[in-house]
Design a protein around this ligand. Structure first.
Ligand code: HEM
Length: 465
């Protein structure tokens, strides 16, 4: 039942020669990671003589992300890929400039504040549910973009007080167009090529970037002109002061952070959900148990915020989907000084990769690594595992600030949708995994959606099949 037929990357058995490696990095970097990344603790990669280090061993991952976090900064590859759009905001900044931005927004992610946002999450999901039901059973929808729409509505509603006038479809297309070109920035950074070198799709990516940056700047200015009041993310950013200089953020800084939160905060969760529905559509036994849990906890009533605390299996399903398909499948750093990492010496400036996708399927860390089994996240099984064998949200001081928000949101969306409708990804369709900063199903995720029938024999009202 818990077979291993789900879509996955087929790694090359041996490191690719430089030219092929470069081509693969541009097309789909995750396909360039060779088998040793999934089987060995460390792997050194060479591209035209330039070295990078892949760290798959959990103890060494802890060294990079936690114990020696100060000896690393965000990698040049990611900076070159993301800074043109996101500026020097919380995701892309380092050192003191990062720290004060993180402190400025931390309050909004306190558990009690996040809990207060759940009704908005449920309401947005109910709109999606109704939209999907209205599409009818014969329609093929793109589940990935439906999830993106839902999480976009939620991020705008909860972080920007539902700011009107943001064109969701254009922003979504803008983010996709921009990310599409990032693998060129990554490849050029690996080669230490100059930033002005042109690349295919550049005009489109720049148009997308300019649109996104102008929209968010407009929004930041409007909010400041209106007095910057309220309790949302925009208000926190406008009110923040650098503890060292006492300076407020400029409109540009506020806009860069808003764009960072919008992009980091909706696409990732949407992907987690799209992959979850894909895995469920191949594992009806898991889906059935999930629906049973929801019906038992709610007693058949509409899902309310307090129910979310009592859906441990739903949480496990999302966790397992993010093991197989981590929305952020690689975390990259650059060494600031020369240091030892296990048996290796890492010289200053070396890019160090934590290949989360490969760690989550590593032969030494997981039994039947490609099989979908939410039981791995039952409390005892999870406790028995190395903390750094599973890190969809990263780790250490740069751990995802939205982790609590994302988990509540994902469980809420999954629970509302899965009890109301059955999502079927056509049997012959095996999505190709594509790395563009995030892990996307290439070309989206086609699916058919049917209302879930109720079994009158079952007290829990569980779906009949
Ligand atoms: C399933 C959903 C999500 C996943 C898998 C995810 C994953 C990650 C990862 C791996 C990092 C660390 C990157 C690194 O160390 O280089 C990160 C950072 C970040 N995430 Fe998330 N994220 C998710 C949802 C969210 C949400 C909902 C928000 C905001 C509402 C958010 C905002 C951020 C921000 C601002 C950072 C940068 C934090 C810093 O550098 O201090 N993320 N995320």
């Amino acid at each position: 039942m818990l077979d291993s037929t789900l879509a996955k990357v087929s790694p090359p058995e041996r490191p690719l020669p430089s030219l092929r490696l470069l081509r693969t990095v541009v097309r789909n970097p995750i396909e360039a990671w060779p088998r040793p990344v999934y089987e060995e603790p460390l792997f050194r990669s060479r591209l035209f003589g330039r070295e990078s280090l892949f760290v798959s061993d959990p103890d060494l991952i802890r060294t990079v992300l936690v114990d020696r976090a100060e000896s690393f900064c965000k990698a040049e590859t990611m900076r070159r890929a993301l800074r043109p759009a996101l500026g020097d905001a919380i995701l892309t900044a380092d050192g003191a400039h990062w720290r004060w931005q993180r402190r400025a927004v931390a309050g909004i992610f306190r558990p009690e504040r996040v809990a207060a946002l759940v009704p908005a999450m449920l309401a947005a999901t109910e709109r999606t549910r109704d939209r999907l039901l209205a599409a009818g059973p014969d329609a093929t929808i793109d589940l990935a973009s439906q999830m993106t729409r839902t999480t976009f509505d939620i991020i705008v509603e909860t972080m920007l007080s539902g700011t009107r006038g943001i064109d969701a479809a254009r922003v979504e297309a803008g983010v996709t167009d921009y990310l599409e070109s990032t693998s060129w920035n990554v490849a050029y950074a690996l080669l230490k090529a100059p930033g002005w070198l042109p690349y295919p799709g550049q005009r489109r990516a720049e148009r997308a970037r300019d649109y996104l940056r102008a929209e968010l700047l407009r929004l930041a200015r409007e909010r400041r002109a209106a007095g910057g009041g309220g309790h949302d993310l925009a208000a926190l950013l406008i009110g923040a002061r650098d503890p060292e200089t006492g300076q407020a953020m400029s409109d540009r800084d506020v806009a860069d952070n808003l764009l960072t939160f919008i992009t980091a905060g909706h696409e990732t969760t949407a992907l987690a959900l799209a992959w979850t529905f894909y895995a469920l559509s191949r594992h009806p036994d898991v889906e059935r148990r999930l629906v049973e849990e929801i019906e038992t906890v709610t007693g058949g009533a509409p899902l309310a915020p307090e129910h979310l605390e009592h859906l441990p299996y739903a949480r496990q399903v999302v966790q397992e989907a993010m093991r197989l398909y981590p929305p952020a499948p690689v975390v990259v750093r650059s060494a600031l000084e020369t240091l030892s990492l296990g048996p290796e010496t890492v010289t200053a400036g070396t890019p160090v990769y934590v290949p989360v996708y490969a760690v989550h399927r590593h032969a030494r860390l997981w039994e039947r690594p490609d099989a979908f089994d939410p039981g791995r996240f039952a409390p005892e099984a999870a406790r028995a595992r190395h903390r750094f064998a599973y890190l969809p949200f990263g780790a250490g001081p740069r751990i995802c600030i939205g982790m609590g928000f994302a988990m509540r949101e994902a469980v809420a969306i999954l629970a509302v949708l899965v009890r109301a409708l059955q999502v079927a990804v056509p049997d012959g369709h095996e999505p190709r995994l594509k790395l563009r900063i995030t892990l996307r199903p290439e070309g989206g995720l086609p699916a058919r959606v049917t209302p879930r029938g109720r079994d009158p024999e079952s007290p829990a009202g569980v779906a009949s099949r």
